[in-house]
Design a protein around this ligand. Structure first.
Ligand code: KG4
Ligand code: ZN
Length: 346
């Protein structure tokens, strides 16, 4: 089954062709980073306009790169939500018009489910039940999936998402946008023990996350030390390297602790680390080290899966992958399909 995926939930216009739910034939992403950089964050109005400008080209390129034609496609999968409504509408409207004109079925996909499926693209052998930590600019969630298509939310961000917390500190310090990958790189040169961030204890035993306390603590350190936002192209001071490194460490530690708690309650064979923040090198290393200790003789040990970076940040291959079982089950087109900014997975 050959599926065209279309994704436009935030600031990436993407299209991909995926065969049988796991073989990526093409994966095209038009990033809007340059447009939003000067504002230090995504400007929704500009994002919608860029999507409109790019979507036709991106879909045509995905077909061309895969050496396929409209007639070769068995169906289309499009991100329905959650995301920015103006951005989502561009992808959904385009997908509906295309499905109608080429007479192919169309299924809606939840963006979070797409991130979960991103792990299957390179690891079709992942075993259920699974525990997924979805960490991105807009979401921090722990999701338990006992079987294909069934999801239970067991923990979520009570305030800022992990990516948002990284992006905001970077903006405040004048380090650049998006902050996650910049802080990832700078942290390698900093001392993560220099600043202490106390990890909130959520006393009701819940598996929720809270990162806003770290932001408040970081702002206090910045004020106390008189740190000024960096001038463009200036060298990053040692104290700033230590601060971002300590801050990143606290975020990773929080993500690890809650996932460990969930894993010890649910004992899943597979843990998935997905969403843009799952590109983070410290997070990847930490999860591998903590969940996959070297016990080779023990076949029942848990395995941690994360996609390669290009499939970790927003892309349409993950949307095609998540849409494939839906198209197999119910290959029809509902032209009343609408975008939904707050769409929930569970
Ligand atoms: O999944 P994604 O591409 O878009 C959303 O659905 O939000 O995630 C974007 C987020 C941004 O907050 C970005 O700073 C973060 O992922 N990110 C990273 C890294 N690469 C991207 N955060 C930490 N370390 C990275 N290497
Ligand atoms: Zn995403």
């Amino acid at each position: 089954m050959l599926v065209l995926g279309i994704e436009s939930s935030c600031d990436e216009t993407a299209a991909a062709l995926v065969q049988d739910g796991h073989t990526v034939l093409s994966n095209v992403v038009a990033s809007q980073v340059k447009t939003h950089r000067e504002f230090g964050g995504v400007v929704p109005e500009l994002a919608s306009r860029e999507h409109l400008r790019n979507i036709g080209y991106v879909v045509r390129k995905a077909l061309r790169d895969a050496g396929k034609d409209h007639d070769d496609i068995d169906g289309i999968a499009v991100t329905q939500g959650p995301g920015l409504i103006g951005s989502l509408l561009v992808g959904v409207s385009y997908a509906k018009a295309m499905a109608f004109s080429i007479k192919k079925p169309l299924v809606p996909v939840n963006h979070i489910e797409g991130h979960i499926f991103s792990a299957f693209l390179e690891h079709p052998d992942i075993r259920y039940p699974l525990l997924a930590l979805v960490v991105s600019g807009g979401h921090t969630s722990l999701i338990y999936s006992p079987k294909l298509g069934a999801y239970e939310s067991i923990g979520r961000a009570r305030d800022d998402a992990a990516g948002e917390a990284l992006d905001k500190l970077s903006k405040f310090l004048g380090l650049g946008y998006p902050g996650g990958p910049i802080i990832d790189q700078l942290s390698k040169r900093g001392d993560a023990r220099r600043f202490s961030f106390s990890i909130p204890k959520i006393s009701d035993g819940s598996l929720d996350f809270s990162f806003s306390g770290f932001k408040t603590a970081a702002l206090r350190y910045i004020q106390q030390a008189g740190i000024q936002p960096r001038c463009p192209r200036a060298k990053v001071a040692k104290i700033v390297l230590d601060l971002v490194s300590s801050y990143q460490q606290a975020i990773v530690e929080t993500l690890l602790r809650q996932t460990q708690k969930a894993a010890s309650r649910l004992r899943p064979p597979s843990i998935l680390l997905v969403g843009g923040v799952a590109c983070n090198s410290l997070l990847r290393q930490t999860f591998k080290r903590e969940f996959e200790p070297d016990t080779r003789e023990n076949d029942t040990r848990v395995r941690v899966y994360f996609p390669s970076p290009v499939l970790t940040t927003d892309n349409a291959a993950m949307i095609a992958a998540a849409g494939t079982p839906k198209l197999c089950r119910n290959p029809r087109t509902d032209l009343r399909l609408n975008a939904w900014a707050d769409l929930r997975l569970c």
